[in-house]
Every structure is written in C-alpha cells, then in structure tokens.
Design a binder for this molecule. Structure first.
Ligand SMILES: [Zn+2]
Ligand SMILES: [Zn+2]
Length: 328
C-alpha cells in the first residue's frame, strides 16, 4: 500500500490518499479538486507504477471536499467504482436535493448560533470557495456498516463511525501489524476532529461521536491510517485521549455558563476559542453547539430561544462524557 501525500492549502495540513495495488487497484480518498492536488495525486500514482486509467475502485471515507474533490474526474477517466456510505452518498454524488437540504440547515444553524453578520459574510465566502473544490459529480455506489469491498488482492470491511460526518467510515483490512484500517477523520494524530460544525446533519453530534470512539476501541485496530498526517500505532489510546479532551471541554463549557450566565453558541465559542476566521467560524460555534446540545440532552442545561443556561451549578463533567478504558 502506498501513501500519497497531497498538498492542501485550503485546510490545515495535507491530506493522505492511499493506493492499494493488486487485482483491484484501489484509491482511498482523493483530495480537493485543485491543479496542485491533481498533479500531486497523478505523480504519486505514476511513481507507484500505475496510471489513472488503471484504477478499479475509489473508496471515500466521508463527503468533505478534501477527501472527495477529485473523485468525479478520476471516475470519468478510469471508469472506477466509487464507494461511500449511504449517509454521505448524495452530497458526494452532487445530488441537488442533498445539497439544498444541507444549505438550508446551515442557514438555520448559523442564525441559531448567533454568528454576527461580519463573520457570517466571511464564512459564506469561504464555504463558496469550498463548494468549488467538491469537483465534478460522482456516480456513487452506497455502502453500509459491515459491507465488504474488494480492494487490492483482498477486501475492505466497512466500519461506520459517524460524528465528524454522518457517513464517515473506516475501512478495515488485514495489514502488516494485524487488523488495520483507513480511518479518515474519525481519529487524527494531532487534532481533535471537529464535531458539530463539520457536518450539521449529525444528530446529537457529541454522543454520536463518543459512541464511535468506543467502537474504535472495541475494534482493536493495531494501526490506523488517518486522512491527515502519520499513521496511528495505538488507535485505542488515541481514541481515549480524544474522549478525554471532550470531557475537559464539557467542563470548560460548564465553567463559561457558570461565570458569565446564559449564552448562545457563538458567545460560548468566543470564550473557548477567542476570535475566529475562515472555517473556524463554522467549527468553533459548531463544537460549542455539540457540547451545549449534549448538556441539554443530559438535563444539565435548559435552552431558551438560542441561549443556554445552567440548570444546576453543581455538575460533574466526568459523569457526562464517557471515556473508554484502554489497556496500555
Ligand atoms: Zn473531514
Ligand atoms: Zn479531512
């Protein structure tokens, strides 16, 4: 398996595309649709001794443009079958209804969160640039948890890990170190993947994501290959650290409300993250919202209009965010 690093000046850091040689030449994730990334990917495939036309399958971890942008044009050139989870298939395909529903939801959430006009204008510009990076429409073959996809000389098993995106999937395989997986942005080496803002369609984003972190632990992967940066050799431990991070953040959200009184998601975000620009105008209040929403569901906060208030000043974040136990 070859890891092809794709430069990416739009989001933080570079993206990984993975090439699996064999009977079914397969690409996992493909990067944004820009000239720069296009040539990175072509060069990587050629350096491995193949051409675009040789690709049999393209497997996509989730719908974000930095993972899917080039899929349409690669499919047009190679005739490859493109696989993605059912929940993300419409957005990847370029389906108008799916995009319309997502845009409507954005408008509603941005108003609820209380994003001020100036920041909203900046975010709108950023999102329209992002939209162009989605590239050409794709004919998607939808897959579900537990499905298998032929890849290389073996197969990939679909492991649905919703949270960062509704259709985010890991693809598990028998690797050099044991059971390994391509894991997209479900767990990343340095960052805590954004939830709440990265895919507005995810219901109960924090609880959904925490369940997926549990699943990562249960799957006992010996190594995972993320959408960004280097492979992770202790995925269960990394999942535990990320859950721990969310527990701390829940504690900070409770502190903000206790110190400053009732607030909307934007205000809580400003206390947590300070001033925000470009995609962070989406990710900051989205992350705050994921935590606020969780605390409402847990009965700790009440929501009045767009503002959240503490119901009980004496709550313990440890009881509200489960952190999986891992064997070290
Ligand atoms: Zn993503
Ligand atoms: Zn990503």
């Amino acid at each position: 398996m070859e890891r092809i690093s794709l430069g990416n000046t739009v989001f933080e850091g570079s993206n990984n595309s993975y090439l699996i040689p064999g009977d079914q030449l397969t690409l996992v994730d493909v990067g944004v649709s820009t000239d720069h990334v296009r040539s990175d990917l072509r060069n990587g495939i050629e350096a491995a001794g193949y051409e675009i036309a040789d690709i049999d399958s393209i497997v996509l971890t989730h719908w974000h443009a930095d993972h899917t942008g080039l899929a349409g044009e690669l499919q047009a050139e190679s005739g490859a079958t493109v696989y993605a989870h059912t929940a993300d298939a419409g957005l990847i395909a370029g389906d108008e209804d799916a995009h319309f529903a997502e845009t409507e939801m954005r408008a509603q959430r941005f108003e609820e969160w209380g994003i001020p006009q100036e920041s909203l204008d900046e975010l709108t510009d950023f999102l329209s640039i992002l939209n162009d990076l989605m590239g050409e429409d794709v004919d998607v073959t939808p897959v579900e948890d537990g499905d298998t996809i032929p890849a290389g000389d073996g197969e990939l098993e679909v492991v649905h890990l919703p949270g960062h995106a509704a259709g985010l999937c890991a693809f598990a395989f028998e690797g050099n170190s044991g059971r390994e997986a391509f894991i997209g942005d479900a767990v990343l080496p340095k960052y805590t993947p954004n939830i709440g803002g990265a895919d507005l369609r995810v219901e109960r984003p924090l609880a959904t994501y925490l369940d997926s972190l549990d699943r990562v632990v249960d799957e006992q992967f010996s190594r995972v290959w993320p959408g960004h940066r280097d492979p992770i050799d202790e995925p269960a431990e990394r999942a535990r650290v990320i859950a721990e991070h969310h527990r701390e953040r829940t504690g900070r959200v409770l502190d903000v409300l206790s110190e400053h009184g009732p607030a909307d998601a934007w205000t809580v975000s400003a206390h947590l993250f300070g001033d925000l620009s470009n995609v962070h105008i989406l990710h900051g209040p989205g992350e705050a919202f994921a935590h606020l929403d969780h605390l409402v569901e847990e009965g700790v906060l009440s929501r009045d209009g767009n503002e959240y208030a503490l119901e009980d000043a004496d709550v313990d974040a440890d009881a509200l965010v489960a952190v999986p136990e891992t064997k070290r």
